[in-house]
Structure formats: C-alpha cells, structure tokens
Design a protein around this ligand. Structure first.
Ligand code: HEM
Length: 139
C-alpha cells in the first residue's frame, strides 16, 4: 500500500470518522438498503438471498444498525436488539468461501452506489473482509 493511502486509512481510523463519512445513521441505512436491493436483484447472489427470511425489513435494519456501531457510531444495534454475536447469528447457515464471496460482491456493488470518496469505499470493503472471513464456517 502506498504511504499516502496508509496515511488516509489511518485518518479513517480516528474516532467516529467512518460514521461521519458514511453519512451517519441515515448513510448506514442507505448502504444496508442498497446492499439488500442488490442481493435481491443479483442472480449470482440467489443462494444467500434464500438463506434470509422472505421479509428483509429486519435484516435491513439489523445490518444498518450493526454498521453504525462498526463505524464507531452509537451502539444502536445493542440498544434495539441486544448483544451482537455475529458468529452465532450465522452458525446455522452453511457459509463457504463461495457464499462469503457473494456477500462481499453485494457489498462492493452497494459501496459503489454511495456518494463517498473511492478510497473510503475501498477501505470499508477491506474492513468488512474481516467479519466476512470470521463468519465463513465451511472450507
Ligand atoms: C459471509 C457471508 C454472509 C452471509 C451468507 C450472511 C447471511 C446472513 C443471513 C442469511 C442472515 C439472516 C439470518 C436469519 O435471520 O436467520 C444474516 C444476518 C445478519 N448478518 Fe449476515 N451474512 C454474511 C456476512 C455478514 C457480515 C460480514 C456482516 C457484518 C459486517 C453480517 C451482518 C449480519 C447481521 C448484523 C445480521 C443480523 C443478526 C441477528 O439476527 O442478530 N453478515 N446474515
């Protein structure tokens, strides 16, 4: 990574910079809604879409509020839904590298739709690789 990029990423890690750059609570809802809209419309994401409940309203809200906290905003997920246990929440789902890839593809396309600097989108996609890898529970 270039030194300039590393310096920029270091700035993104300060305080609630990510949350502010994402447009706060509203911005996180927009990202989560775009993410699930894309999952619903992308044939290659069918398999992970069908793992979800038919009504995606709660999934949309949970992902949005999770992202608020993940970007160092207020702990809205915990306030509404209780403690986050991402591993346990996905343990009943067979998630291999393929399903992880589908999830990240939807997220990459959702990030493309945000009115954010490209470097910040790349940073968020890189960060989200970590929980996605942790959630993967099949080789
Ligand atoms: C790696 C591929 C992933 C797949 C296939 C996947 C799929 C799913 C599915 C099917 C649900 C609904 C579970 C249910 O209602 O029974 C769910 C819930 C959720 N997912 Fe994922 N997910 C993945 C990765 C991620 C990542 C990386 C994040 C966060 C960055 C995330 C955040 C959430 C949250 C917050 C919920 C709600 C959990 C709860 O009910 O408490 N997921 N996911």
């Amino acid at each position: 990574m270039s030194q300039d990029l590393e310096k920029l990423f270091e700035e993104y890690r300060q305080g609630d910079t990510q949350f502010q750059m994402a447009g706060g609570v509203e911005g996180c809802h927009k990202l989560a809604n775009d993410f699930y809209d894309i999952m619903e419309s992308l044939p290659e994401a069918r398999k992970i879409l069908f793992m979800h409940p038919n009504d995606l309203s709660e999934s949309r809200d949970k992902l949005a509020l999770f992202l608020v906290g993940y970007m160092n905003g207020p702990p809205l997920f915990e306030e509404k839904y209780g403690a986050i246990a991402l591993g346990a929440a996905h343990a009943h789902l067979p998630i291999s590298g393929k399903e992880k890839g589908m999830w990240l593809t939807c997220m990459e396309k959702a990030l493309e739709k945000q009115d954010w600097p490209d470097t910040f989108k790349a940073f968020m996609l890189m960060r989200l690789n970590t929980p996605a890898s942790r959630i993967q529970n099949r080789p």
